[in-house]
Design a protein around this ligand. Structure first.
Ligand code: GTR
Length: 334
């Protein structure tokens, strides 16, 4: 289904007719509901599979009363659109990066500081522990966001890639037009690294690379490979400058119409999805690296990341000071 038809069709309005009448949860506790889910990635991608499997569990647990319909591969647009659609209740589930969620819920921007985590293992420890839960709660309790933070998902570390030349040191970034996610922190980050940061929706990246509107972008190996960017960008440099986790959020508009028992089911199965996605992720990352090598992508290691870390200090000065306390706690996680 095309995006416009989907929105015009008012599918969600039909599924949740009772909500519009102002009836409480009990009035339609038996109503069949199909939760619409959006993901920018294709079928088979870890985040997509984990949410689809969550839907199967929901269906089973409720005798088919609750289910999830997945719209993968950006059928409903990029992540900004997914967030907005969840906010208004046109969809129920949006699996998005914390990158574009930061401008909606500022507390999350701490995770968008470059080189915050020591490793992906460090990030996983943090999202699995009390800090992870606190930030999910910050989403849910944010009065303006209109979202419920259900669970985290892994997305590994992000690396630079481009169509022009191998980036072997920070000097090679000079003058390159590099796409970043829609968040001013990343534009600043890229500019501080010497490139020209351009915020572009994920749905535009492939064609922007192809047409030369941008020279490069930055992402983890599965996104680079399975979203086909490798077909146009042949150089992939292991900068690991961002380790940004992702979140599965639910529309608060719909959430408040659900019974407590249904909400609890969603929470339970989403936590299981968090762990399932991680196992799938680890395999997918290995698979992507192997496929990139086989496709002849030049993979460039960076032995000394210090010049990159030093260069992004202005991002920390500009955005990081208000997170001083939580940063200390994150750093203390072993
Ligand atoms: C991917 C991530 C997506 C999206 C994309 C991007 O790694 O899984 O959610 O944020 O990056 O760069 O926009």
């Amino acid at each position: 289904m095309r995006r416009r038809e989907f929105l015009r069709g008012g599918a969600a309005a039909a599924a949740f007719g009772a909500a519009g009448l102002g009836l409480g949860p009990s009035a339609f506790a038996d109503t069949k509901m199909v939760f619409k889910a959006s993901d920018v990635h294709p079928e088979g991608y870890p985040t997509v599979v984990a949410v689809e499997n969550m839907g199967k569990k929901l269906e089973q647990a409720t005798g088919g009363r609750l289910s999830i319909q997945m719209f993968a591969s950006m059928q409903l647009g990029g992540e900004k659109e997914a967030i907005e659609q969840a906010q208004v209740g046109a969809i129920q589930l949006a699996r998005v990066s914390v990158g574009p969620l930061g401008p909606v819920i500022d507390d999350l921007n701490v995770f968008n500081l470059p080189f915050l985590f020591r490793s992906t293992a460090h990030m996983e420890k943090v999202i699995d522990g009390p800090i992870g839960q606190e930030l999910l709660d910050k989403v849910t309790n944010n009065p303006k966001a209109g979202l419920v933070g259900l669970c985290w998902m892994d997305a590994g570390a992000r690396n630079m890639y481009d169509t022009k030349k191998p980036i072997k040191s920070i000097a090679d970034l000079k003058g390159l037009k590099v796409r970043v996610m829609g968040n001013p922190m990343f534009v600043d980050m890229m500019n501080d690294l010497g490139g020209n940061g351009i915020a572009v929706g994920y749905d535009q990246v492939f064609s922007a690379l192809q047409t030369g509107v941008i020279d490069g972008a930055e992402n983890n190996p599965p996104s680079f490979y399975f979203d086909n960017h490798y077909q146009v960008a042949k150089y992939y440099t292991l900068t690991e400058h961002l380790i940004v986790p992702e979140m599965l959020v639910f529309s608060k508009k719909t959430w408040t119409t659900l019974s407590k028992a249904d909400q609890d089911l969603l929470v339970k199965f989403s936590r299981e999805a968090q762990l399932e996605e991680r196992a799938l992720w680890n395999k997918k990352e290995e698979d992507a690296m192997a496929k990139m090598k086989a496709a002849g992508i030049q993979i460039i290691p960076i032995a000394d990341k210090k010049p990159f870390q030093d260069a992004v200090k202005p991002v920390w000065d500009k955005y990081g000071t208000k997170y001083a306390d939580i940063i200390k706690r994150i750093e203390a996680v072993e």
